[in-house]
Design a protein around this ligand. Structure first.
Ligand SMILES: [Zn+2]
Length: 418
């Protein structure tokens, strides 16, 4: 049940990315833009409106690395809109302009608007207009479900690299574990902080994946076996994965501002050595044949989040909707398992023989790792007995596992604007 730390985690840690502080108390000022849906008056086909609230700070206005929003060749009045499912209280915003020195330049002027419920109203203030920096504007706090950035083009088309909408997170702390779990939960969190220096810098936990998709996850199956797979078995493998994944998601429903009641699991692809192993001819999933990595069939890297952590999949043949966040890697003859941000690996015979089991406990344990949960090979938190993440001591998600899971959300939710 080894926890495999991803190579990317190691690289980022080596660069010494700074830690952000742990979640502050209720009503802290945070960037609420990442929890909004972005749309625009127009987006050039090669750009992405999702760039404006992806949480990436641009290196400069002529950013050639990260996703961008731009309107070339369109000019005149152009806008981007952030829409939240519930009203948010905003008190300032920061806007970073896209300017490539050619077809996309700084606008002649710009302004912010809020939605009153029936119309857009301008937000008062002085609007700075600078390249290579965030342009900050503060205004009296407003409650709104929509924030619009309206640009009037100048000498060329216009664009934005990032928009931050700053306001109170507005959530009372929902952190209320049972009294007997407070001490062991604190021990676990402190142990994780001291073991993983990049705990807060890493951005590919299961949490990040769900938030990037706004409430779903995509899987690709790596069928590391010579056995054939019927269409019925394919669907059972999907259904069992969805049932097990749901057990972790159900831990979060209604807890501490978690926004989803259901997180659908889609299986978008299968990787095999030989196409003839897959006994179906429909095109309900993408099929990757004999692309061998780590001695196992691999789904296309161009479509995998592990390899494209910006969340863009420009070289994925089916486009972003065909991307996979994780692999379910099923290996013939394997005992135990491994889990991480890349997915979960377990024995194919074990999994197929467990398809109807209530708890496929090795898979559950490995999914726990995907969401940051640690192993407990060499220590046990004070006062808790058997639990799933202490391998071999429980075969289902216990109360303690559930609270360790929720503790990750407590510490990461700010990065998504919750
Ligand atoms: Zn483990």
């Amino acid at each position: 049940m080894k926890r495999l730390t991803s190579a990317i985690l190691g690289v980022v840690a080596a660069l010494g990315i700074f830690l952000i502080p742990a979640s502050p108390a209720a009503a802290a000022v945070v960037n609420l833009a990442p929890s909004a849906t972005a749309s625009a008056s127009y987006t050039s086909p090669w750009e992405s409106v999702a760039a404006i609230n992806d949480g990436v700070d641009p290196p400069g206005s002529n950013d050639t690395v990260n996703p961008r929003w731009g309107t070339w060749p369109n000019t005149g009045e152009q806008w981007v809109l952030l829409t939240w499912p519930q009203a948010r209280t905003l008190s300032s915003a920061q806007v970073y302009f896209f300017d490539d020195g050619g077809g996309v330049r700084l606008p002649a002027s710009w302004k912010l608007q809020r939605w009153t419920g029936s119309a857009y109203a301008d937000l008062p203030g002085t609007y700075p207009l600078a390249a290579n920096a965030y342009n900050t504007i503060s205004f009296p706090a407003v409650s709104t479900t929509r924030l619009r950035v309206v640009l009037q083009s100048g000498t060329a088309s216009v664009g934005l690299l990032e928009v931050k909408a700053l306001g109170e997170n507005g959530q009372q702390s929902g952190w209320n574990p049972p009294a007997n779990l407070v001490t062991p939960l604190n021990e676990v969190w402190q142990h994780q902080e001291s073991t993983y220096p990049n705990l807060y810098g890493f951005r590919n936990y299961g949490w990040d994946q769900i938030m990037a998709n706004r409430g779903s996850v995509n899987y690709c199956v790596r069928w590391d076996s010579g056995a054939p797979v019927s269409a019925a078995l394919r669907d059972q493998i999907h259904a069992a994965l969805a049932r097990q994944f749901k057990k972790w998601m159900d831990v979060m429903v209604g807890h501490n501002g978690w926004p989803y009641t259901n997180v659908p699991v889609k299986v978008v692809g299968w990787a095999v050595r030989d196409r003839a192993q897959l006994q179906w001819s429909d095109n309900s999933v993408d099929i990757y044949v004999n692309d061998i990595r780590e001695n196992a069939p691999q789904c296309a890297e161009a479509c995998g989040r592990f390899f494209n952590q910006s969340g863009n999949y420009p070289n994925c043949p089916g486009g972003a909707s065909h991307h996979y966040d994780m692999s379910l890697w099923l290996t013939a003859g394997m005992g135990g398992g491994a889990g991480g941000d890349w997915g979960q690996r377990i024995g194919s015979e074990y999994y197929v023989n467990s398809l109807n089991a209530d708890n496929i406990h090795i898979l559950l344990h490995e999914i726990g790792h995907t969401f940051g949960l640690d192993d407990f090979y060499d220590w046990t938190p004070t006062g808790v007995g058997g639990f799933l993440m202490k391998a071999g001591s429980a075969s289902h998600i216990t109360d303690f596992d559930a609270w360790m899971f929720r503790d990750w959300w407590r510490h990461l939710r700010n990065r998504y604007g919750y």
